[in-house]
Design a protein around this ligand. Structure first.
Ligand code: ATP
Ligand code: MG
Length: 265
């Protein structure tokens, strides 16, 4: 919600966003109150029950002792044993809240671990090289969520050397086209071709190596400016000539971002 502030303001949705935020906030507050309430009541309740059991053992043990059916030693050891038995239960109830929050955290961690791996490349997948850039979508249909189609039989050609802009309202599926082209997802129906090859028959590495992608959301990763521009590709050359005027102002080549030298020379 905070990252989407500009969009919210552009569509004058501040009130709706605030109402939704309040609702989520109230739910979180209620959950926190309930968790606190149970965490503080469970301990004393368990303590009360274990003390009650000691009292009952004392009363009934005392009666049995006076009747002569129980010795003082047996009564004492029984009381001690019942204390030992309830001790761990007391401890468990004290750490119940922590166990609960650990379980909630574990659920999130396992959600990530349980995500299915990207399917392996098909047997005999081609390692494409020297790409001309002929891209074709033939009757491509795709849905992120079953029964909620995003693309429905989309076809277009993007011949090499042409600059093509895909324009559409937000949510139309522009980024989805790129996601499918790079095979971050596989199409449900239809074929995407690159230089006449069905992209499913190419290795993902060679397919992705064939494209340059500029993301809509910008991220700056830890590391140097060069590493951020090259995006993990160590083979990217440094076009020092192009950077000469900037190079005089900014020591850009290998300095970590946080230590960029901005002093004018
Ligand atoms: N990972 C995802 N899981 C489920 N649905 C998604 C996912 N990504 C996008 N969508 C849905 O798919 C539809 C198309 O989204 P997409 O991001 O392709 O739109 P877009 O045209 O790029 O929009 P924008 O102009 O805002 O960037 C939207 O309805 C969006 O909510
Ligand atoms: Mg987009």
């Amino acid at each position: 919600m905070i990252t989407g502030q500009r969009t919210i303001q552009s569509y004058v949705q501040e009130q709706a966003a605030l109402a939704k935020f309040d609702e989520i906030n109230d739910e979180a507050t209620d959950a926190a109150y309930k968790a606190g309430y149970y965490a503080t009541t469970v301990g004393p309740s368990v303590g009360f029950i274990s003390n009650l059991s000691v009292a009952l053992v004392g009363v009934f043990g005392g009666i049995l002792y006076f009747n002569g059916s129980l010795s003082l030693g047996q009564l004492t050891s029984f009381t001690l044993y019942s204390r030992r038995f309830s001790g761990p239960i007391n401890m468990l109830s004290n750490i119940m809240a922590e166990i609960q929050s650990a379980l909630a955290a574990a659920e999130r961690v396992f959600n990530v671990l349980d995500q299915a791996d990207e399917p392996a490349d098909t047997a005999g997948a081609i390692d494409i090289d020297d790409v001309k850039g002929d891209v074709r979508f033939n009757d491509v249909s795709f849905a992120y969520v079953k029964d909620q189609p995003v693309l429905h039989e989309v076809s277009f050609k993007a011949p090499p050397g042409q600059v093509i802009a895909i324009v559409g309202p937000t949510g139309a599926g522009k980024t989805t086209l790129v996601n499918l082209l790079m095979r971050f997802y596989d199409v449900d129906k239809g074929i995407i071709e690159l230089d006449g090859h069905n992209t499913r028959t190419l290795t993902r590495t060679s397919l992705r190596r064939s494209f340059s992608m500029v993301l809509q959301d910008t991220w700056i990763f830890h590391g140097t400016v060069h590493e951020n521009i090259a995006y993990g590709n160590g083979d990217v050359s440094r076009m020092l000539d192009l950077r000469k005027p900037l190079g005089e102002l900014v020591s850009i080549s290998s300095s970590p971002i946080c230590q960029m030298d901005m002093t004018p020379s």
